[in-house]
Design a protein around this ligand. Structure first.
Ligand SMILES: [Zn+2]
Length: 443
């Protein structure tokens, strides 16, 4: 299973502005590594009818899946995918049953789950979410400028246009999508079908699971997908607590589901299959968490732990979306914050502030490039890149340094089998090419 890459593009869709440019994203190196993150988009655009999961549950596949539960008193929608896929999903699912939409249940507040809410919403529709979604939506709106910037870098959208800097702070101005909130659990029966909505925080603190006890079906949102989870995402996030994932996975495992319906990728059927998959996932997270905590208590630094901690074979769930080393750092800094215990870090001068002096001492950027080249040749790509970064602080337009930066990033990109890593490498490559062509650095 770990060889089958199923991407969670969870964060991808936070922002409305990038969606039109999604077709431009070409993850070539992922294809080289056997992973193709555009797979879901292609699948969804080719899907001509909704997939029937059982007698009442139907699924439209996308970056984010949309589910519909059909009852005689109206239908329940679980997640609504991203805004530009939602019309197709609605068409496919409405073709199965066009009854009134009694409820829309949102497994969390990321844009690839909430994009179609207004399309599905009818005057009497309940839009159900865990109460923490309110703050989560405000958080995303509050930092919209930052998220726009990092999302477009991470996912390769429209790198050429300049973003307008945001000067207005809007702390509590998000559009609140849900009209029905709960704290721990919300139960209702519709057309004889029982729905239990449970708070299962993980990737976000508003995450929920929908449990249908009569069918032993669990809609788990992003609590499970076929890669190690994104316990930290490079585009920016509040801490995502590993122990929340574990307690939420335990809550779902205890239900003994026979149908597991993640919001990204394939559904899983069979009690034993599901128990095994969820248990392994939980244990992989527990392993990384506990190794990180052990290292922290031993006084190890975060980089050492990022290098040291790897999943053992029996827990190797793949790293095509989340990456263990980022999760190690996410757990470490989630618990400890940014201070590394070195007195110099207390002050407002970055390590880069002395690069210029050191490069001058070495005889200039060209000399540093000479030092970096053999490192790149023997595959020490990241160290070569570090040296080049120093050279470029000293001499930002140095063409030798820019060319070496481009080579190092391209080499890393060729070997990348993680979607998010590839995105940021693409960003660096395009940024460096633009500097070589026009002498302009893309922020
Ligand atoms: Zn998602």
């Amino acid at each position: 299973m770990e060889n089958v890459y199923r991407k969670c593009l969870a964060a991808m869709l936070l922002l409305v502005g990038i969606q039109g440019a999604m077709g431009d994203y070409k993850p070539e190196a992922l294809a080289n590594g056997g992973a193709d993150p555009s797979l879901h988009l292609q699948q969804s655009s080719k899907q001509t009818e909704a997939q029937q999961i059982n007698e009442v549950i139907y699924k439209a596949t996308g970056f984010g899946n949309t589910f519909m539960v059909v009852t005689e008193e109206g239908n329940v929608i679980v997640d609504t995918s991203m805004a530009n896929v939602a019309p197709l999903h609605k068409k496919l699912l409405s073709a199965v049953n066009s009854g009134p939409v009694h409820s829309i249940i949102l497994t969390h507040g990321h844009g690839d789950h909430t994009g179609g809410v207004e399309l599905w919403r009818q005057p009497k529709t309940k839009v159900i979410a865990q109460e923490n979604m309110v703050e989560f939506l405000h958080y995303q709106k509050r930092l919209e400028g930052m998220f726009n910037r990092s999302n477009r870098a991470q996912f390769g959208f429209d790198l050429q246009s300049e973003l307008q800097p945001t000067t207005q702070v809007e702390n509590f101005s998000a559009t609140i999508l849900p009209n029905t909130l709960f704290e721990e659990e919300l139960n209702f029966t519709l057309g004889g079908k029982i729905f239990q909505v449970l708070h299962t925080p993980a990737e976000t603190y508003d995450a929920l699971t929908v449990w249908m006890p009569q069918y032993k079906a669990a809609f788990v949102g992003d609590l499970f997908y076929e890669s190690f989870p994104n316990i930290y995402t490079l585009r920016g996030t509040k801490p995502r607590w590993a122990l929340d994932y574990i307690s939420s996975l335990n809550r779902v495992i205890a239900l003994e589901p026979e149908i597991l319906l993640p919001s990204h990728g394939k559904s899983i059927k069979g009690k034993e299959n599901i128990r095994k998959a969820l248990t392994r996932y939980r244990d992989a997270i527990q392993y990384v968490h506990d190794k990180t905590v052990t290292g922290m208590n031993q006084g190890k630094d975060v980089y050492a732990l990022m290098r040291e901690i790897h999943l053992p074979d029996e827990l190797n769930v793949g790293e095509s979306y989340g990456w263990v080393s980022w999760s190690v750092r996410g757990i470490f800094e989630g618990y400890k914050g940014w201070f590394d215990g070195n007195p110099v870090t207390m002050y407002d001068q970055s390590p880069e502030s002395v690069y210029g002096d050191l490069v001058a001492l070495a005889g200039g950027a060209d000399k540093v490039v000479i030092l970096a080249k053999p490192l790149l040749e023997k595959g020490d790509n990241v160290k070569a890149l570090r040296l080049v970064e120093a050279a470029l602080v000293a001499e930002p337009g140095n063409r030798g340094a820019l060319k070496l930066r481009l080579q190092a990033l391209t080499k890393l990109r060729k070997n990348a089998s993680n979607l998010n890593e590839s995105g940021w490498l693409n960003f660096g490559i395009q940024q460096t090419k633009r500097q070589l062509d026009f002498g302009v650095k893309t922020k």
